[in-house]
Ligand binder design. Structure first.
Ligand code: ADP
Ligand code: MG
Length: 245
């Protein structure tokens, strides 16, 4: 099976604090993969380090079977919403259009085709009526969709998303999920960090469970077990009862 993401012996620390310890895993292409674990378990660090946004102490990462530099434009990263300055004075359409810029052709004018793709992406995330709205004026769910719209405009093959469901309303959650299933049906690979355990079983093909070390990585049906969840989240009975695993 083709791999979307292969990580070998990845260790990352912030000063003396170890965020990730010797992680090795493979995420299959063409599937929806969830990365779960409690707060501080290294989920964001894993994606940022894989994207080369923060340095690793050691390790080797391959995306779509190659080094990131060779496939960067086929990979799209959607950061956590809180990590962005939403006061920046740009419109919804401006942000989505940014998905069409490429390293190396940053100063070239965008083509009519680029604009058309951005328009389609705007529509796919259901923000057409907010086209000219400044991004700071949107709700949390709408902001999340702007990000996803920008990622869609990139026409990537691998999407890495950091908590796309955090702070969104139920309607947006449903819209994002539908979009992901749609992307998967077109052969794209989706890897997303997720917080809410309740919806894991129904939505993810593959699951990575972290607690600064790798607890498990595999098909959801195999690794979404009480034992693995306790290893990651601790023995909170409330979580286990809610999930009935
Ligand atoms: P998660 O996304 O699972 O909540 P993170 O990857 O953000 O976890 O963080 C993993 C660990 O690294 C946490 O203990 C966190 O406090 C620490 N950490 C994350 N970012 C930084 C940073 N910029 N400086 C120092 N420590 C950090
Ligand atoms: Mg995080």
């Amino acid at each position: 099976m083709n791999s979307a993401l292969d990580i070998e012996n990845l260790s990352v620390s912030y000063g003396k604090k170890i965020a990730l310890e010797n992680i090795s895993l493979s995420i299959p292409a063409g599937q929806i993969t969830g990365i779960i674990g409690p707060n501080g378990s290294g989920k964001s660090t894993l994606i940022k380090s894989a994207m080369n946004l923060i340095p690793a102490n050691s390790g080797n990462v391959r995306m779509l079977g190659s080094e990131l530099d060779k496939v960067r434009k086929r990979v799209s990263y959607v950061p956590q919403r809180e990590s962005v300055d939403w006061d920046y004075p740009v419109s919804v359409f401006d942000v989505i259009l940014m998905g069409r810029y490429r390293p190396g052709r940053l100063f070239l004018p965008l083509s009519a085709e680029d604009r058309k793709i951005a328009e389609e992406s705007l529509e796919r995330v259901q923000l057409t009526e907010y086209r000219n709205t400044q991004i700071g004026q949107l709700s949390g769910g709408q902001q999340q969709r702007v990000f996803i719209g920008r990622a869609l405009a990139q026409r990537a093959e691998l999407y890495l998303m950091d908590e796309p469901f955090a702070g969104v309303d139920a309607a947006t959650e449903k819209a994002i999920l539908d979009l992901m299933f749609d992307m998967k049906s077109q052969g794209q690979s989706i890897v997303l960090i997720h917080h809410d355990l309740v919806s894991v079983r129904d939505n993810f093909d593959h699951l990575v469970i972290l607690k600064n070390k790798l607890i498990a990585s595999g098909p959801t049906s195999e690794v979404f077990t009480t034992k693995n969840l306790i290893a990651s989240y601790g023995g909170s009975m409330r979580i286990m009862q809610e999930l009935d695993v």
